[in-house]
Write a protein that binds this ligand. Structure first.
Ligand SMILES: Nc1ncnc2c1ncn2[C@@H]1O[C@H](COP(=O)(O)OP(=O)(O)OP(=O)(O)O)[C@@H](O)[C@H]1O
Ligand SMILES: [Mg+2]
Length: 270
């Protein structure tokens, strides 16, 4: 079965896209799954959090510049997280890829990633903080989208715009793409303002809104140390890890359903 390709996006910066990407990679690794993390943000935060084993020769910038079918696999590098987690690194020069160029510019990543889904169980695309060309490339390469938001006043509006960007990619030809989760991050449920905003999100987007990822210092500590949240020993780390496991369950669930829709039910499991 082809690995699900999941774009993690938001309209706003700093809401937790990279945190959700790394948290999902950590949860998948815990289950023994092979993951490819593609860093599409010139800031390179996912690249840093994965503690690469070597300085990469090729980056997502080179991959998008080259754009040949399957070329992304040449840019795969090992990470300090271990053999299950690989990455395609970002670099600052990726900013120059943020403008359309060449033929069919939004499909460059999709073409370049061809073949990758056979080699991994999950492919995660960490998007930059805008709905520009790099995020659009992710939305044409992905079959699932996760929208990250914070439980604040602008959350509904921001999530709405990210969901619309997904809609546009679907209308323009990536017909299988859908939003599997709208994830409220950095929630402090003791704050009545946060509780109110979480309910507001659920009121607008219904069951697509997942359980919130809690605000935990352990998340920042694990990222700073370049290790998976599942390897960090603290109560905060454990509760964050559980939230990412739940979220991963949603991704896997949807991809299994989608697989059945496309290929029919598999042999009965008894
Ligand atoms: N649930 C959380 N608890 C504590 N800290 C968090 C949480 N989520 C994110 N952070 C911290 O907030 C900062 C921003 O998070 P992150 O880098 O994941 O956001 P982003 O959306 O990827 O940002 P950008 O738009 O710049 O790519 C980071 O320092 C991260 O460690
Ligand atoms: Mg980020």
């Amino acid at each position: 079965m082809d690995a699900p390709v999941v774009a993690v996006l938001s309209l706003k910066g700093g809401v937790g896209k990279t945190t959700v990407t790394l948290g999902l990679a950590s949860a998948a690794m815990q289950e023994g799954r092979r993951v490819l993390v593609v860093d599409l943000d010139p800031q390179g935060n996912a690249t840093a959090g994965l503690n690469l084993s070597d300085v990469p020769t090729f980056t997502t910038s080179d991959v998008l510049y080259d754009g040949r079918t399957g070329v992304a696999l040449d840019a795969v590098v090992a990470t300090g997280w271990g053999p299950l987690i690989d990455a395609i690194a970002a670099e600052r020069a990726l900013e120059h890829r943020a403008v359309p160029s060449g033929a069919d510019p939004v499909r460059r990543l999709q073409r370049a990633l061809r073949g990758a889904a056979d080699r991994y169980d999950l492919i995660l695309l960490d998007c930059p903080p805008s709905l520009g060309e790099l995020t659009r490339n992710a939305l044409f390469a992905a079959d699932q989208a996760i929208v990250v938001t914070e439980p604040t006043y602008f959350a509904v509006q921001g999530a709405q715009q990210a969901v619309e960007a997904v809609e546009v990619a679907r209308r323009e030809g990536n017909v299988g793409l859908h939003v599997v989760a709208i994830v409220p991050n950095r929630a402090r449920v003791r704050l009545s303002e946060h509780r109110y905003r979480l309910q507001e999100l659920q009121g607008v987007f219904g069951a697509t809104v997942t359980e919130a990822i809690p605000e935990r210092t352990a998340i920042q500590q694990a990222q700073g140390a370049g290790v998976p949240i599942h390897a960090w020993r603290s109560t905060g780390a454990r509760s964050a890890a559980l939230a990412f496991e739940d979220l991963l369950g949603r991704v896997a669930d949807v991809s299994a359903r989608e697989h059945r829709r496309l290929h029919g039910p598999g042999p009965a499991v008894t």
